[in-house]
Design a protein around this ligand. Structure first.
Ligand code: DOR
Ligand code: ZN
Length: 430
């Protein structure tokens, strides 16, 4: 792998307060220098990136890679290829695989497969409870030793308060963040959409926003009791934002993420019964979307995470109520978030913070900055590139996106991991 000089781009590295035109030199897999003008040492590959943004590699802290067990939906190979094409240099793999990642053996398998066929870095997340059953705790210490960076029963909520309390206590001792899929299932009752005007009109059973916020409220009581690091997965409603904002003021170790789809779509997207709009938590009201956007801008919501959830036609070409929840997101996340930049809701620096520096910080991962000496994980973005979302051209093995046909502006044009180009748009590198 030759050393690389990215010449003439706009370097946005909010972790170091940098937003300026600069050259970036990558040597031996590391960032060697970021300076206004750098002469390429001999043998260095020079890539002109004028009019492009050069940012620390994007990190998705919530990806379903489906391996082991459901490779007909996605695999570590296809999922990480999709990640690279979407501008991500690292993804965190949620544990609701088959079998679930609740033991060292499964974590080790994921780590090994990622090393063999992974296109970007893969950080496994282990289960909170054995089999995600919500009863007995998984061996978190083992999971951590094998490489898990957090624990979560994502896809399922840890409903039992005593189990959640013990999970938080145990995880606290290990310094592991606990990521909760906050859904009081006695309230949500597997309702396929949001409870509101749209679902009433079209006759779909709804689940109230309180199914999420009531669970977040309970968990925050347990965080106050235990002092553990707690992270809300795919926060989706105004009341969750209010709770997180309040608890952050009190200084509790709480963070939260939002998905691009909860920032861009409302429950109105479900009126055509497109099963690609079925997702958990469901697409919410206009007021909720406005609250999520404001909270992402002001930092109450720390990070954007895709919740990339591939499903095959077997799970999606069925009635709305029967369809598996979830949509793919790795290859559309950046463009959707750039819409918020174009609308003046996020600055470019805040966007990079939410998609790179913040996930790195929450999970204690390397990356999130272009500081010299750190690994050369870099995303090059063309903020003006116009394209249309065509599911047949995505790298993911699954096609379940509600954004098919949407006109997009902006995309990752080059993704570099440890100094190697793992994705480049055609014609970008000689
Ligand atoms: O929509 C969802 N799909 N939400 C989840 O929490 C899990 C995910 C999946 O694994 O398909
Ligand atoms: Zn979830």
């Amino acid at each position: 792998m030759p050393d690389i000089l990215l010449r003439g781009g706009r370097v946005i590295d909010p972790a170091r307060n940098v937003d300026a035109g600069a050259d970036v030199l990558l040597q031996n897999g590391k960032v060697a220098a970021v300076e206004a003008r750098l002469a390429p040492p001999s043998g260095t590959k020079v890539i002109e990136v004028e009019n492009l943004w050069v940012v620390p590699g994007l990190i998705d802290m919530h990806t379903h890679l489906r391996e082991p067990g459901q490779e007909y939906k996605e695999s570590i190979e296809t999922g990480t290829a999709a990640a690279a094409a979407g501008g991500f240099t690292a993804v965190c793999a949620m544990p609701n695989t088959v079998p679930p990642n609740d033991t060292r053996a499964v974590t080790e398998l994921i780590v090994r497969r990622a090393r063999e066929v992974g296109v970007v870095r893969v950080y496994p997340i282990g289960c909170i409870t054995q089999g995600q059953k919500g009863e007995s705790l998984a061996e978190m210490g083992d999971l951590q030793e094998a490489g898990c960076v957090a624990v979560s029963d994502d896809g399922k909520c840890v409903m039992n308060s005593e189990v959640m309390r013990r999970a938080l206590e145990y995880a606290r001792g290990l310094g592991l963040p606990v990521i909760q899929h906050a859904e009081d299932t006695s309230l949500s009752a597997n309702g396929p959409a949001h409870e509101g005007a749209a679902t009433t009109r079209i006759g779909l059973r709804g689940q109230p926003a309180a199914a999420e916020s009531a669970m977040v409220a309970r968990d925050l009581e347990l965080v106050a009791l235990t002092g553990a690091r707690y992270h809300v997965a795919h926060a989706s409603c105004a009341e969750t934002v209010r709770l997180v904002r309040e608890v952050k003021r009190r200084g509790l170790p709480v963070t939260a993420e939002v998905t691009p789809h909860h920032l861009m779509l409302t429950d109105e997207a479900c009126v055509g019964y497109d099963t690609n709009t079925r997702v958990h938590p469901p697409l919410r009201s206009q007021e909720d979307v406005a609250a999520m956007r404001a909270a992402l801008a002001d930092g109450t919501i720390d990070a954007v995470a895709t919740d990339h959830a591939p499903h095959s036609p077997v799970e999606k070409d069925v009635e709305f109520e029967q369809a598996a929840p979830g949509m793919i997101g790795l290859e559309t996340a950046l463009a959707l978030c750039l819409e918020l930049v174009a609308a003046g809701i996020l600055s470019p620096a805040v966007l990079v913070t939410r998609m790179s520096a913040a996930p790195a910080k929450i999970l204690g991962l390397p990356g999130g900055t272009l500081a010299p000496g750190t690994a050369a994980d870099v995303t090059v973005i063309d903020p003006r590139a116009a394209w249309t979302c065509d599911p047949s051209r995505l790298r993911s093995r699954s096609r379940n996106t509600p954004f098919a046909g949407r006109a997009m502006r902006g995309r990752g044009v080059m993704t570099i991991v440890a100094g190697s180009i793992v994705f480049a748009e055609e014609g970008r590198v000689g």
